[in-house]
Every structure is written in C-alpha cells, then in structure tokens.
Design a protein around this ligand. Structure first.
Ligand code: GLY
Length: 388
C-alpha cells in the first residue's frame, strides 16, 4: 500500500478508539491515516469486553450513563455493519449479566445500585440467591441475591479490533507503522506529527487517540494536553473444556472485599476473569498477588473455576480521566481533536465515539449527545468558572 505523508485526518493511536475514528472518518470521504507502531494493540487486547452500561452505573455519573446507553443502543447495528463488511465474527453475545452479592454488605451495596438503576429508568431485576443459582447453577451456595440485567451484553475486544483494522484497510486508511514522537504546530494550528527518524506526517486535522499515552505526546501545548493517566488492570483468561460447557450462561460479577471481579464467558469456551484496578503508573507487570486475588474472588463466586486451565495472564492500562469520562472532539488548539480518556468503558463507547468524532471532523462541532465530553471542560477557563 502507498504511504502518502499528507492526509486530511491523521489519527495518533491505532487502538479501538483510534481505529473506529479513522474508519468513520474515511467513510465520510476524508483521506485518513493512522500512526501507530502496532495498530490493533492497546488496552482492548486485555479488556474483557463487557458492554455494561447498567451494571457499571455509579453515583454522580448520570451524564456518562447517557453516552454509555447511546453507544449500547448502537451496538447491534454497528456489529452487524462491521461483520458484513469484513466477514469477521466479533463474538457479540447478548447474553446479559448477573451481578451477585456474597454477604450482607454486598447485598446492601447491590440494593443501592438497584435503586439508582430504577431512578435512572434502567431495566434490572432483583433476584434471591436461589433464583440466581437457578439461572447459574455453578454459583456458590453462599450467594445472597443479585441483579439480573439482560441488557448488558459482551463482545470479544480482540476480534473487534481485528475487524476494525480490516474495515480501515478496506476504507483506504493508510497505516504508518511507527511512533508519533512529537505533534507539529505552526501558526497556532496542529499540522501533523514528526516520527523518531524525523519524518513529517502532515494533516489538515489531527486526532490524538493514544489511550493512556495521550497525556505524554511532546509538542502538545500544556493547556491542551489531556489529563489522562494509566490505571492498571490485570486480567486472566481460562478455557472451559467441552465437558464442562456451558459453565456460565452470562457474565457474572460481584464486588468482593471492595474489589470488582467479573467472569465473562465466550461462546468459543474462553472465560475472562478481571480485573484489578491499580494506580501504579506505567507498570504492566502481572503479579502473583493480582492473579491470586482474582482467582480467590472468582472462586468465592463460582468454586468450580479452579478446575479450569489457566491459559493467559496479562495486564493493560485503562486511560483514566479526572471524571472517569472520555475527552472527545475539538481542543483549544485549532486542528487538534481528542478521542481519549475512556477509562473503564472503551469497548462500550467505541460505536458512539466513532460517530461523534466523524461528526466533529466534518462540522467542527460535537453532536448533542457528546457535547458534555468536550475536552474544554478541563481547560483553564472552565475550571476558573467552577464554584470554590
Ligand atoms: N470495564 C471493566 C474494567 O475496566 O475492568
């Protein structure tokens, strides 16, 4: 493939958010390029792929809920479009989620979540421990109750990423398989990037979609640099041998001793168990303690898990932001847009991010549903307007 050094849109970062932005931009007719040494990598290679707008609802995050739900609603059509275009099966599974409680504290916490879901008009059903075990017979006898959320689905993020790479290739996106070392700025405008060997890649508009690395790109003016930080998550992959299938019929999750644990069963027999949440900078070491805690907590939920082969242990970095929500769209630097800070919701937010970014690239404005996520909410002017 040819590799022109000038494009209408240059996306820095070839993870799922950069890829979906590039694909949607190319579909709108922009000559689009992605700069990344290994497109298709990033946090999605580790993520479990829960599409959990309802079970991951938190107090104070109702605005983010709106965006999460908008993206969840788009998933069926988005997945069908990608599969039709590329022939890739995405492992999209509308299997629902069961959030369970193991003791009275957990149960009180889940009751609160249920109340918040109901206030927010979301569908979830309270079940007794016995009803939970009827749905999932391998649950521990100690499960005290749970929330059934049929609308929280899952997708295989590795398959999704591969499909997005294929979709970009078909749409004519150019891949520069190299690192962006520095943003180029001229005349008060972002004009492209420079790579480590000094090559200049020029563009009319630049999208910074570098996940947790987005806050480190040289050349980005300090007041525009996104306030994202890495939040480490260790994740395990096990295999369900055919004699134990189906093992679990849906995603099962809980908060055990204050830590989230979830078990995500794929149709192909993979069982993903996640995830730690650690503020340790750029460290991606898989630790004995991390693996131990995940297995211990998962075992308390589903004791039979210790029979399964453990096939992979890995750690990734979520791009955390100060309000746990993404930064989308134009910045105060002309020509520079952001698509980063998706934190725990990158896979869920992929469809709506692609649409919002394509809209922003074409019109200079975010669509209504994405407006609250402008990076300008963290700018000096916005922060000085807030009450002390
Ligand atoms: N959304 C799940 C996680 O970030 O662990």
């Amino acid at each position: 493939m040819s590799s022109p050094r000038t494009s209408d849109v240059l996306v820095i970062g070839g993870g799922i958010i950069g890829l979906v932005t590039a694909w949607r931009a190319a579909q709108r007719g922009f000559g689009t390029a992605v700069v990344d040494p290994a497109p298709g990598g990033g946090a999605a290679q580790v993520a479990a792929g829960m599409l959990a707008a309802v079970t991951e609802l938190h107090h104070g995050e109702q605005t983010l809920l709106g965006l999460n739900l908008a993206s969840a609603r788009r998933y069926p059509e988005f997945a069908a479009e990608l599969t039709e275009l590329t022939g890739h099966d995405l492992g999209y599974r509308r299997c629902g989620t069961l959030a369970v409680a193991l003791d009275s504290d957990d149960r009180a916490h889940l009751r609160e979540l249920h109340a918040l879901q109901q206030q927010s008009g979301l569908e979830s059903e309270w079940l007794s421990g016995r009803e939970c075990r009827r749905l999932e017979p391998l649950l521990a006898p100690g499960v005290r109750g749970g929330l059934r959320v049929d609308g929280d689905h899952q997708i295989d993020p590795r398959r999704l990423t591969a499909a997005l790479v294929a979709a970009c290739e078909r749409a004519g996106v150019v891949f520069h398989r190299v690192r962006a070392e520095r943003l180029s700025v001229a005349g008060g405008r972002a004009t492209g990037v420079v790579t480590p060997d000094g090559t200049a890649l020029a563009a009319g508009q630049v999208v910074l979609a570098g996940g947790s690395l987005s806050g480190r790109l040289a050349g980005v003016p300090q007041d525009v640099l996104p306030p994202v930080r890495p939040v480490k998550g260790q994740v395990l992959r096990l295999t369900v041998p055919p004699r134990y299938a189906p093992f679990l019929n849906r995603t099962v999750r809980a908060v055990v001793r204050g830590s989230q644990v979830y078990l995500v069963p794929r149709e192909n027999g993979e069982l993903v168990v996640g995830a730690t949440s650690e503020e340790l900078g750029w460290d991606t070491t898989v630790t004995a303690g991390g693996v131990y805690e995940l297995l211990r907590d998962a075992h308390e939920l589903v004791p039979g898990i210790t029979e399964l082969p453990l096939t992979e242990t890995r750690a990734g970095l979520r791009p955390g932001s100060p309000d746990n929500a993404p930064l989308l769209g134009p910045t105060e630097l002309a020509g520079l847009l952001l698509a980063t800070g998706h934190y725990r919701n990158g896979v869920l937010l992929t469809p709506v991010t692609g649409d919002a970014m394509a809209h922003a690239l074409a019109t200079g404005e975010l669509p209504d549903e994405a407006r609250p996520f402008t990076p300008r909410r963290f700018g000096a002017a916005a922060l000085s307007e807030q009450p002390a």
